[in-house]
Ligand binder design. Sequence first.
Ligand code: ZN
Length: 593
Amino acid sequence: MRKILSSFYLVLAITFFIGGQAVLAQTVGLKIDYTVTVSDPSTQQFHISTDIKNINQPRLDLSLPTWTPGWYTVENYFKNVLRFRITDGSGKILPHTMSRKQTWNVGTKGIKEIKVDYDYQATVLALNQAKITKDFAFFTGIELFLQAEGHRDEPSTVHFAIPSGWKIVSALKETNDPMVFTADNYDTLVDAPTELGNFDVTKFEVEGKLHYFVANPAGTFSAEKAQKFTEMVAKVAKVDSAIFGGLPYEKYCYFYFFSPPESNASGALEHLNSFVAFAPPGSIATPEMIIGTAAHEFFHLWNVKRIRPAEMWPYDYSRENETPLLWVSEGFTNYYGNVARYRAGLMTPDTFLQSAADAASGIENTEARHYISPAESSVSTWAGYDTPVAFGISYYTQGQNLGALLDLSIRQDTEGKSGLDDVMRALFNDFYKRGTGFTTEDMIGIINRLTKKDYHDFYRQYVFGTDVPDYDRIFGYAGYRLEKKTQQVPEFGIGLRNRNGGLMVSSIDPNSSAASSGLKVGDVVTKVNGEVPARVAFGTLAGKTITLTVNRGGIESEIPMKVGSRDVTGYSLADGANLSDQQRRIRDGWLKR
Ligand SMILES: [Zn+2]
């Protein structure tokens, strides 16, 4: 970061020649102020004004992102923009041209300042969308804020004009003025969610840093539950902080919607110093129910937001960013979500061991594991993140499984001196802190350095290949063996999405009993056997006949359905007899807390 002095501006002009055309780019000096106005919530439109001053180049290119990092789907936020207009300092309209689907060019020869105005239609409550209701407004900078291309590293200021009585909680940096926030650069500007309006806020400190727990709608997740939940997430934060040597942010925000999302972008999404999550209604949701997702999302503030695959450093907001490393970004985050809860005393040793066994059985019971490597499922996510693909496997589970296996292998090869924690810490210190992303080869280099062995074969077999790991050997390092038991699991034959106050049927397997039950795509299942879905133990329903309460076009009816079943091989980790000293050492290290 370069400091900008208010009295004078250091202007560094560099001329690039691209294809014989001279493009003048200036690397420092713009003063960028955004103003976000919600004047009438009933219009469901934000008004965004972008004031750009100190322009010293003949053309400015302004762009809006097409996707939200972490939610690997192109959304083209420009489609929500209305009344886009650029004026100069005197208010005269400046002509502009659109050069890409989300990029506008404006001639600025002899022009020092411009103002860009537009409205943004915010009608979808989802992780990667913006929404305005009568009670609140929500957005993440990615949907609303223009980038002045070539000026990505420059700071900016965000001003808010909102209805009286509305609160603000933003992941942006606070100033003395509660209506004004700042961002150090464009990437932090757009990676910060903001919630405006009426909601519950619980403030608490962890390691001297301010944390906000935001619960929406107001009054639905009780103060007692909020208190308990903040104590739990504080424990998780301390465990993670101990791995990396401190919390790398000034403040952290947990944004919770205890209400259904309005698109497929449900679940939760990580940001630099915050995450946004959807949860069951506040009256049903409990801290224990939502801590798993919270521990996962919190670990992301290191893994993927800072420890980031080189292909996404920097993010290219204009197009898909494929990387073969999401099995690390998501899978290790799954693994560490469990590790953190276990170390924080929020998970028993048995449950932790079972989570490792479940990841293994989750992979080995999936046919696609013999065809699609973790590296391949990572790259191909852009084809299937938002909609199901015909044949796939989750890099979340693939990477969670490999996380445990790598952790144990490194512990074995270093006689318990190092583990996966040391790999994560090295990725953080040697790559993120030096301002760069990491590659597969970088990661192998770290593991080889720690173990004094060559892990290329491990990656060739299990990361880029589809070999089945020798589980008994690797879990055996800690004195465990895999016990396999065939069990029946339910086959519902339907795809479901959280939507419209229930589970919306998104697909129906033509050969399933769901198809013959009369269920249709678009139906919203509001109850199962008279219970709301969040309270139903779906795993116990194999072979049973259930009654679905279904809302179809506003009309409620009850549909009986026989649940199918299928045999899967469930795994569990069984204690080996007579542990050697080495096995005891590895186990104690793995389960230390
Ligand atoms: Zn994740």
